[in-house]
Design a protein around this ligand. Structure first.
Ligand code: SF4
Length: 416
């Protein structure tokens, strides 16, 4: 049959859809775009912001218009099944988040593939190691949509990573809703640190990238384990706010100064590491004074980039019930100020590497003489060449970094 697979949101959603893609291709099914009249369309939805809710509904409607059988799964359909059935169509097959792949395989009689297949250019594999979250940050609906933390068993993770490297991929991204909770539900005392050490010991994949980690989950032992050339020098550590009162209302588990102290420890050990963060602008109750304290605090951090989100009210969360919600126009203004600061920090960070050799994975050909690529320390580089191989791991010299792009040239090509 012809399947269309659509996904929104986080790397976990992408990892799930990539796995399903392998299963379908392994069974001889065809993966087609919506424009090629699919028989079945699977939409993996997202509810992290009101914008992703809107995009989820739009994708489901577009899928319906093709006449295909439509499956909706993921966080938006998990929390808004009735809205979909009553507001869009009662014919949508809504599949819960938990065990979604198992249920989809069962309903559509698809067996799990033991080989990694891909219908499109795939330059890295997102490996889902964990699902759900035991935390309850006041603004976040994900624990309601994904449930408590559940770990993928270690053997399945190692097998999937080896499948990725056997299929020629040079990078895996360990992803989950809250990977720092990996192992918390497993009988044996096994943690993310143990898993990373075992991945290093039982696979040959050249690059392993970690997705988001909470600042409290970074300790000397973890830093010791990631002090390995196969672990990408890149950490994404959500801060959300630089003001303790705001952090308290968010239900976050650290003070701003603790975040800064831990960041300095990391930077002290890895001076060139890329450290990114998430910041929410305009959280309920955030006064002008609170915001300028956040701005000054973030300015004082040696960050490499920031993802900035204007606060988005999520039904069913504690923050939605808080007083003093901030006007959208003020949220947007604050987000714009933070994004300007992010660009400044990102440029300063990238300029540090001009003249240096960086290891990159070649991604897509942009034109006759340019390829996109991503370095281990998460710099997007346009590599000047007319003859490179997507997916290849190689060294390039960074020759320029500016507001718009980073440019690199390949001194030589080395095989892993
Ligand atoms: S740690 Fe907080 S923000 Fe992250 S998924 Fe859990 S509840 Fe949401």
């Amino acid at each position: 049959m012809k399947y269309t697979l659509l996904t929104l949101g986080c790397k976990v959603n992408r990892a799930e859809i990539n796995t399903l893609e392998s299963d379908l291709i392994g069974e001889g099914h065809e993966i087609v775009p919506l424009s090629e009249s699919p028989d079945v369309c699977i939409v993996n939805t997202c509810t992290v912001t009101s914008k992703s809710d809107y995009q989820s509904r739009q994708l489901i409607r577009r899928a319906l218009r093709t006449g295909a059988r439509v499956v909706a799964t993921g966080c938006y359909s998990e929390l808004h099944a009735e809205d979909i059935r009553e507001g869009i169509s009662p014919d949508i097959n809504i599949i819960p988040n938990s065990n979604k792949l198992h249920n989809i395989r069962h309903i559509y009689d698809i067996s799990k593939s033991n080989t990694l297949f891909s219908s499109g250019a795939r330059n890295r594999a997102f490996i889902k190691i964990q699902d759900g979250c035991n935390f309850r940050c006041s603004y976040c609906a994900i624990p309601s949509a994904r449930g408590r933390s559940r770990s993928v068993i270690y053997k399945d993770i190692i097998d999937e990573i080896n499948r990725a490297s056997d299929s020629g991929l040079n990078e895996v991204v360990l992803t989950g809703i809250h990977i720092g909770l990996y192992g918390i539900d497993l009988k044996e005392n096994y943690t993310l640190k143990g898993l990373i050490a075992d991945i290093l010991g039982n696979t040959s994949i050249p690059r392993i990238r970690l997705s988001s980690l909470e600042i409290n989950e970074i300790d000397e032992e973890l830093l010791g384990i990631i002090d390995n050339k196969r672990i990408c020098p890149h950490l994404h550590l959500p801060l959300q706010s630089g003001k303790d009162d705001t952090l308290r209302r968010m239900g976050r588990h650290y003070k701003a100064i603790e975040f800064k102290e831990k960041m300095n420890i990391i930077r002290g050990r890895f001076p060139d590491i890329s450290i990114g963060t998430d910041i929410i602008a305009g959280f309920p109750g955030e006064t002008d004074e609170e915001f300028s304290e956040t701005l000054n605090f973030v300015r004082s951090l040696d960050l490499s980039y920031m993802h900035v989100f204007p606060y988005s009210k999520r039904a069913g969360t504690r923050a939605a019930e808080l007083p003093d919600h901030v006007d959208q126009s003020i949220k947007d203004l604050r987000a714009a100020e933070l994004r300007t600061l992010s660009l400044e920090k990102s440029l300063n960070y990238r300029k540090r590497f001009i003249g240096s050799e960086l290891d990159v994975i070649i991604e897509n050909r942009l034109d006759d003489s340019k390829y996109s690529a991503t370095s281990g320390n998460y710099i997007k580089i346009n590599v000047l060449s007319d003859d490179l191989v997507p997916g290849e791991l190689m060294h390039v010299t960074l020759t320029d970094a500016n507001e718009n792009e980073n440019t690199g040239i390949p001194p030589h090509i080395h095989n892993v």
